[in-house]
Write a protein that binds this ligand. Structure first.
Ligand SMILES: O=C(O)CCC(=O)C(=O)O
Ligand SMILES: [Fe+2]
Length: 463
């Protein structure tokens, strides 16, 4: 079955772009890909336009959206009931999801409808409700700007021949060499051939994983190694490193950037995900209400997510479970991620993943100031509904949040602090739950102290 790629069209709900328009900025490309069109519909040669007009057109030029390549959902299940179930799930989800509408696509469509020049096009853009499914970022600058906000939809960067966003390049050879160094060591592997879901995560020796990988494609079942620590090359894009609250908290108060006496550790752990083709992850939200970045190094992923990502989507997931797709407001969107592409999810964003081609990606979890209130709400939701995530809450998550709240009133903006202070109440009103990790107590203490400090600062604030 080869899925279709329907043309995305703008939808009705008004939603104005929060930062800059998703158009190619001056200097990004040497030549525009589409020529401006004269009254009467004839294209004017680019070289005959005045410099200013050319500049204006260029500023408005829409970055073309890459057409996703076809993929196969008709793969061999080897008569295995577990794989058949998952294949049914992903086929149903894939059929109901449409390719994410981007702001570029909306503008591109408007451009087709409005060939009379820049001003009428601008008016049309101004008067058209934007309802993008994913926020496209075109460079580090716009990624940084969005990470400073409580962005409501995932961020997507699609790499082109001359623009990349992540640091570090990792060849397949280097990656396999890294694994082969310790063939006896073990990693956790999600093995799709195991029928009982709760038993699918198994510990395997690296040499066995490599052997499985090297089997002919059509005779091997899917494997997903979701948890390999990346000790090879830091690949995380710099704006994410900068926005990461944990790193910022550790840096705050350091009087030196030298390494002597530094308390800075490698706080942000990156992980590699190594997946054979046909690997499937059912719907889940990542643990501890963190933001997640996924940066594809080799191969391809298709990510599915609801068109409205609010806490209600996570609540629905908690109620209906990880293989039920109906009921999400606006339905499902999907994006294709290829080598060099970056996808950033806000906290508690339900998502499912299909791997059409063997894939190596680097990912990581982090917190940001703007999303901190949402993190608190979503964390509370996971405490009550652990089944929404594919990983449990652990001490380390509460420890990171404790550190963040010990300093947040020194590093957040006045508004961010007030909003986090308001959201704290969700925890301060709730009674401790016996089954949660021990370190949650320290986290609650940190919230109480943070709250008191902010209360106090209000006393000194002019009306
Ligand atoms: O790549 C995949 O199959 C799933 C990645 C993911 O969402 C996760 O590990 O949480
Ligand atoms: Fe995930």
């Amino acid at each position: 079955m080869i899925p279709e790629h329907p043309e995305a069209t703008p939808l009705e709900n008004p939603h104005r772009p929060p930062v800059s328009m998703d158009v190619t900025m001056v200097g990004d490309d040497p030549e525009p890909t589409s020529l401006p069109i004269e009254k009467g519909g004839r294209k004017r040669p680019w070289s005959t336009l005045g410099k200013q007009t050319r500049k204006r057109h260029k500023e408005l030029e829409v970055r073309s959206i890459r057409q996703p390549a076809p993929y196969d959902l008709d793969f061999n299940t080897f008569g295995n009931a577990a794989i058949e179930d998952l294949r049914t799930f992903i086929r149903t989800l894939d059929k109901s999801a449409h390719w994410a509408v981007t702001r570029s696509r909306i503008i591109e469509n408007l451009q087709k409808e409005e060939p009379r020049g820049v001003l009428p096009l601008l008016l049309k853009i101004y008067n058209t409700p934007f309802d993008e499914d994913v926020i496209t970022v075109t460079n580090s600058r716009s990624l940084k700007a969005y990470l400073e906000q409580q962005f409501p939809k995932p961020l997507l960067f699609q790499s082109t021949r001359d623009s990349r966003i992540g640091a570090g390049l990792l060849s397949w050879e280097d990656f396999w060499d890294f694994l082969r160094k310790d063939p006896q060591k073990t990693i956790d592997v999600y093995d799709y051939s195991i029928v009982v879901e709760a038993e699918r995560t198994v510990r395997r020796r690296i040499e066995d994983v490599i052997k499985h990988w090297e089997q002919p494609r059509d005779s091997r079942t899917a494997l997903n190694c979701l948890d390999i620590e990346n000790r090879l090359a830091q690949c995380c894009p710099l704006p994410i490193v900068d926005a990461d609250l944990h790193g910022r908290t550790l840096q705050h108060g350091e009087l030196t950037v030298g390494k002597a006496n530094s308390s800075w550790g490698n706080a942000r752990k990156e992980f590699c995900i190594l997946s054979t083709d046909k690997a499937i992850s059912v719907i889940h939200a990542d643990t501890a209400a963190q933001l997640t970045f996924l940066y594809v190094i080799h191969g391809r992923k298709v990510i599915y997510f609801p068109r409205r990502i609010d806490l209600n989507a996570a609540r629905l997931l908690a109620r209906v479970g990880s293989e039920y797709i109906k009921g999400y407001d606006g339905g499902w969107a999907k994006v294709e991620l290829k080598a060099g592409d970056l996808f950033v999810m806000p906290p508690s964003c339900p998502h499912a993943v299909y791997t059409p081609d063997d894939c190596l990606l680097v990912g990581g979890h982090f917190y940001t100031s703007a999303h901190l209130p949402r993190t608190l709400e979503a964390l509370r939701l996971q405490e009550e509904n652990p089944q929404i995530s594919n990983e449990d809450l652990e001490n380390k998550h509460y420890e990171v949040l404790t550190r963040i709240f010990n300093k947040f009133d020194e590093i957040g903006t006045a508004d961010e602090i007030k909003q986090a202070w308001a959201a704290c109440q969700i925890f301060l009103d709730s009674r401790s739950r016996p089954k949660l990790p021990e370190k949650r107590k320290d986290f609650i203490k940190a919230l109480i102290e943070f709250s008191k400090r902010v209360d106090k600062s209000f006393e000194n604030e002019p009306e």
